[in-house]
Design a binder for this molecule. Structure first.
Ligand code: CAO
Length: 432
């Protein structure tokens, strides 16, 4: 028998908008299967079918405004023997009808929501086959969340719910979309990191990352994913340079300038960038052109208690060693006091990242995008170097140049790094 399913009382609401229709003619419905989703200014709710049966005609469409008693669809109802018969609900007077389940509504609903229907093409009902597949996926989300997911094109079956009993909330969809946007466009998708409760294994505490650490994480992560990195290793004999630095350091100390190795590294970088200008470039947004820079702004990685900060020494080619020493000290001091202005961390051509005051024999720095190369400096150590007849103690500085292989090929990277090393090996070249 055919019966008409009408909108039950949904509280003090008289014009709820249909935001999704989850059935189409011919669908078999269980009792309590969701048939459509409604939304008002305050809440979203699913309307379940009070009867099992086969959908005849759907009498509403997405966008309709409904009130209590409006006809939703016709249902061919089966009796317990499988015969179609008129429903009790339709035949009985209003006050004798079996109570309907309250519609699911947000945010007050605490009931297990019904499974998720797949997003339908706008204005059309979901494909029954797809719906069947989706009902096995047990996605727990309310209609408002589903509406949001549909708008953003998020597949809810892939979203991990953080609400009660794994229910998906709006924040989960936002986090999912954000993560999806950060995924590389081509190739294999990166599986989301499994959520682990580390307290299962022992005592833990949760420490909030600083804003700088979060931003640095995002920047290095995208650079790591986007740029094909290769690292070229080399070594520079800085024995003579170090003798010179120590003498000059004493003189400059009287002017309260601390002459470390870094100003010499900046000079070497400028010299190598002049000799190999392609390293002083950035890829254009179209990926088909290079932006060649004719200025020499050197970025310096500075370790601070709040995370890594990378200020820029502008026009390093026009500054003396003592000027560079003063400027680096000032930038590092202000970086650690969080006193750098935003523009002082922009516009770099090439980055120097020195871990030499700590140790290490080499590392693979991540390129500071949109630059195309970065030089990592490790700790200088005295080694026995053969001079053709005997072994000499020489101070050797390890260099690690990471470069963007889309812009720089291996030969250029090796030439650039060698040039950088040779400038340090013969400090007279710094004058050129
Ligand atoms: N080998 C041996 N000694 C070195 C050295 C090296 N490669 N580099 C520096 N040193 C020495 C310095 O010459 C100085 O010695 P003296 O006191 O005898 O002159 C001492 O180590 C301390 O140097 P410094 O750190 O005060 O100064 P700096 O100019 O070398 O570096 C700065 C300044 C700001 C770059 C540094 O303090 C810093 O923050 N480095 C960390 C950068 C970083 O975190 N990189 C990693 C990025 S990826 O996470």
């Amino acid at each position: 028998m055919t019966t008409t399913i009408k909108l039950p009382s949904i509280g003090d609401i008289d014009a709820a908008e249909v935001i999704e229709i989850m059935v189409s003619p011919g669908d078999s419905l269980e009792q309590e299967s969701p048939i459509l989703a409604l939304e008002t200014d305050k809440a979203a709710m699913e309307i379940p079918s009070p009867e099992a049966g086969t959908v005849g005609e759907v009498l509403v469409k997405v966008g309709d405004k409904l009130s209590e008693g409006d006809a939703l669809l016709t249902l061919e109802v089966s009796d317990q023997n499988g015969d179609a018969s008129k429903t009790q609900a339709e035949n009985k007077p209003e006050d004798e009808r079996p109570p309907q389940s309250p519609p699911e509504s947000e945010p007050t609903n605490t009931q297990e929501p019904p499974p998720e229907a797949p997003p339908a093409a706008s204005g059309s009902a979901p494909d029954p086959q797809k719906y069947q597949a989706a009902t096995t996926g047990l996605v727990h989300a309310g209609p408002a969340v589903r509406k949001m997911a549909r708008k953003l094109g998020a597949d809810l079956s892939q979203v991990k719910g953080s609400g009660p009993r794994g229910r998906i909330v709006k924040e989960d969809v936002e986090a999912f979309v954000k993560q999806s946007l950060q995924q590389p466009r081509d190739g294999l998708p990166i599986a989301p990191r499994p959520s682990i409760d580390f307290s299962e294994f022992g005592d833990i505490e949760t420490i909030e990352l600083s804003k700088i650490q979060v931003l640095t994480g995002e920047h290095t992560h995208s650079a790591w994913l986007r740029i094909p990195h290769v690292t070229q290793f080399d070594r520079a004999d800085i024995t003579d340079l170090e003798d010179f630095r120590k003498k000059e350091k004493e003189h400059l100390a009287k002017r309260e300038i601390k002459l470390t190795l870094l100003p010499f590294l900046i000079k070497a970088a400028v010299s190598a960038l002049k000799a190999y200008p392609r390293v002083n470039s950035s890829l254009d947004d179209d990926g088909k052109h290079l932006i060649q820079k004719h200025y020499f702004h050197i970025s310096i990685a500075v370790d601070t208690p709040y995370g890594l900060v990378v200020p820029v020494v502008r026009n390093a080619d026009q500054k003396s060693l003592s000027e560079l020493a003063s400027e680096v000290a000032d930038l590092a001091k202000r970086a650690r006091a969080r006193k750098l202005a935003g523009h002082e961390m922009k516009g770099g051509c090439f980055t120097l990242t020195s871990l030499g005051h700590i140790g290490g024999t080499g590392f693979t720095p991540i390129i500071n995008e949109p630059e195309v190369a970065i030089m990592g400096i490790s700790r200088a150590a005295t080694e026995a170097v053969h001079n053709g007849k005997t072994f000499d103690p020489r101070l050797i500085l390890p260099l690690s140049l990471s470069y963007d292989h889309r812009v720089i090929d291996g030969v250029l990277a090796a030439q650039f790094t060698r040039h950088f090393a040779e400038v340090l090996e013969d400090s007279r070249r710094l004058l050129i």
